[in-house]
Design a protein around this ligand. Structure first.
Ligand code: 0RA
Length: 663
């Protein structure tokens, strides 16, 4: 340990440079300056309030989007301390708001979420705000300070009395930092709902006051993760009346799990560490999977439940995947000192956590199954059925493999491949229809662009099991062209975690991102209802069976124009009605303008298709971003699943809010 003086001096240096460093390189602190980074400013502030809630001092958080474009986060916690900070010689509030990492020094709240992934403190929000204003209610008084680009306008002032306590932070995102400073109420709501599920009993209110029709959503879940799972499985049929709930604590690690088996074929496990979604999994997920495989096999063997599934004389065992088919689970753990690893720093590295989760879940699940033999039996039957289907799928895969479709060795005849083979620079266009496929083949830059025309619609994978999916011609063609296999564990889970205690046969037909032949997979469909349907079918397939492809940002959607406008020998393309109006206005009205509305890609000649939709210099493509895997699961299940009523509601509810991200 360095002595006190050294710590102080070292601190002082960061302090002096603090916020300017953030302003110079914002991406270092919030990930990026896209829409994701913008929303991160709100989450950062909310996380601090969540810390107060986890410490037992805060019961309500309100997030409000105001008409001027600013956002306000109000909590009823203890309030940021305002007393004089001993070493910095100013109000602690000012220190928290204007100094990088200053929070940690005197903020000893345990299991902090702020301080987690990007956990950089509210000072970063302040640094990236054009202006910011904080109000603290504490010790009977109300205090205030305001800032511009992180610089205080004044000292912390006492501005009145207050009977309550809490913190109110209002800020305007800096337009010089963020290209687009508009918040999405949907994006914020999704995360806030998730946080409410993860912190049972905490009331989170989301408000949008920017329009004439103000909106307000209240998220409060007394049942926590159990309600989360029920919500995720709303449109699925559960195999038992209530989610199975497991809670435990060991060596300072809190484990909280809810799980439910349903009659679908999808595996949906969402994991969190200190409220942060761990996209890449890690030791907690490994421990959970291990516990499932072991416990179910042990229980079924002990109770002689495998007789139906027995394959000849071999010792029958469920594989890990068998135990997760039709499983929806949320695993949330709290670790005092989380180590995040992996490409996106969302894989938990703490190795001690695996054993803790494994034993907590294993013991509780075994006890549950002993107490509820009827439910246990239904679960085992479901897993055994899955094992049989997997066996059939393996045979189907082998058949496909023999025909060469699952390996890159032989490529499908319909594919017009590109000439260079450096995946990082290559892209494949999956195109609706042979005629558009023809134009695309002629219009493309064949050095780095490959074209795969699809005939008609692919199978709806949401309603089919893997064996049937692999029997589908169009799907096999896509798998073969991408060259990275299909299904199985996520890419990330194949790493050092090894095979999660799986005693069954090893199914090596899984998707391997490293083998992907193209860095960009671009879906190019007509701008009509059929095109949208094909796009959704493809996205569903990628999400369910090549998840890493979506998670790691390899999927894109081409944006063909809707109109061509010609006037006075000038030519313009419009991508929506608003743009058409704008162009016509600029050109002095409709008079003398020739407007062509493209009904499909096939109506464009190769040059036009290249110029408008394929040329990297001129096109717009949307990157498909997985902002929230739980929300995505719900969307695909609702859009593509069996039940009609929730689908209609979902489409009506969301039609207005679908937002696109430019790349
Ligand atoms: C530092 C120390 C304490 C609380 C906080 C910061 C705090 C920060 C934020 C940001 C938004 N809301 C917040 N609420 C609290 C501990 C306070 C104490 O010991 O009384």
């Amino acid at each position: 340990m360095p002595d006190k003086k050294e710590v102080y001096n070292a601190q002082k240096i960061t302090v002096l440079k603090g916020l300017e460093a953030v302003q110079k390189r914002p991406a270092m602190y919030i990930g990026d300056v896209s829409s994701r980074g913008l929303h991160h400013l709100v989450y950062e502030t909310v996380d601090n309030a969540i810390d107060e809630a986890m410490a037992g001092y805060c019961t309500q958080i309100e997030v409000t989007l105001l008409p001027d474009g600013s956002a306000e986060i109000h909590d009823n916690g203890r309030g940021i301390p305002v007393d004089r900070h001993k070493t910095e010689k100013k109000s602690a509030l000012e220190v928290v708001m204007t100094m990088l990492h200053a929070g940690g020094k005197f903020d000893k709240r345990s299991y902090k979420v702020s301080g987690g992934l990007h956990g950089v403190g509210v000072s970063v929000v302040n640094a990236l705000a054009e202006w910011c204003r904080v109000e603290v209610a504490r010790d009977g008084a109300l205090y205030r300070q305001s800032y511009q680009r992180g610089k205080p306008d004044n000292k912390v002032e006492e501005v009145g009395k207050s009977k309550s306590s809490g913190t109110r932070v209002r800020f305007m995102p800096d337009p010089e930092v963020f290209k687009d400073t508009r918040f999405s109420f949907e994006t914020l709501s999704t995360r806030l709902r998730e946080l409410a599920f993860l912190n049972s009993g905490l009331k989170i209110i989301a408000r949008d006051l920017r329009t004439d029709e103000p909106r307000e959503r209240v998220f409060l879940y007394k049942g926590g993760l159990s309600e989360f799972v029920a919500y995720l499985d709303e449109t699925r049929n559960a195999l038992h009346p209530n989610p199975i709930v497991i809670k435990g604590e060991k060596d300072g690690v809190m484990v909280d799990v809810a799980l439910e088996y349903n009659d679908s074929y999808s595996e949906n496990i969402f994991t969190y560490v200190n409220n942060i979604y761990t996209l890449e999994g890690g030791s907690h997920l490994s421990g959970f999977k291990s516990a499932l495989t072991r416990t179910l096999n042990f229980y079924a063997t002990k109770n002689n439940l495998f007789k139906n599934g027995k394959v000849k004389n071999e010792k029958f065992n469920l594989s890990g995947e068998d135990t997760r088919e039709g499983l929806t689970a949320v695993l949330s753990i709290k670790v005092p000192d989380p180590q995040f690893e992996g490409q996106t720093k969302t894989r938990l590295g703490n190795s001690e956590v695996k054993g803790i989760v494994e034993s907590t879940v294993g013991e509780a699940l075994a006890e549950f199954m002993d107490e509820r033999p009827g439910i246990a039996r239904r679960i085992i039957d479901k897993c055994t059925a899955s094992a049989r289907a997997r066996d059939a799928a393996r045979k189907a895969r082998e058949l496909v493999r023999r025909k060469g479709a699952l390996e890159s060795g032989s490529l499908p005849g319909k594919l017009a491949d590109c000439s260079i083979n450096d995946p990082e620079h290559c892209e494949i266009f999956i195109v609706e229809g042979d005629s558009a496929g023809g134009s695309a083949k002629q219009g493309r830059d064949r050095r780095f662009q490959a074209i795969l025309p699809l005939r008609g619609k692919i199978l709806n994978v949401e309603k089919a099991r893997i064996d049937k999916i692999l029997a589908n011609e169009e799907i096999r063609t896509i798998i073969a062209a991408l060259g990275a296999g299909v299904g199985g564990d996520d890419e990330h889970e194949n790493g050092e975690n090894g095979n999660n205690g799986n005693n069954g046969e090893n199914d090596n037909g899984s998707f391997k991102l490293a083998k992907l032949r193209y860095g960009k997979v671009v879906i190019m469909t007509d701008a009509d209802v059929d095109g949208a349907h094909i796009r959704t079918l493809l996205l569903t397939f990628f999400f369910r069976h090549m998840r890493a492809l979506v998670e790691m940002g390899h999927v894109f959607i081409a944006q063909p124009p809707l109109y061509r406008i010609r006037k006075n020998k000038k030519e313009f393309y419009a991508y929506d009605d608003a743009e058409q109006d704008e162009i016509l206005k600029r050109m002095g009205g409709r008079q003398g303008a020739q407007i062509q509305r493209y009904k499909g890609l096939g109506e464009m000649n190769p040059d036009q298709l290249w110029a408008t939709t394929m040329d990297p210099e001129r096109r717009t493509v949307m990157k498909v971003e997985l902002i929230d895997a739980a929300a995505a699961d719900k969307m695909f299940q609702t859009l593509m699943g069996d039940r009609v009523e929730p689908r209609r509601e979902f489409i009506e509810e969301n039609a207005r809010y679908v937002r696109n991200l430019d790349v």
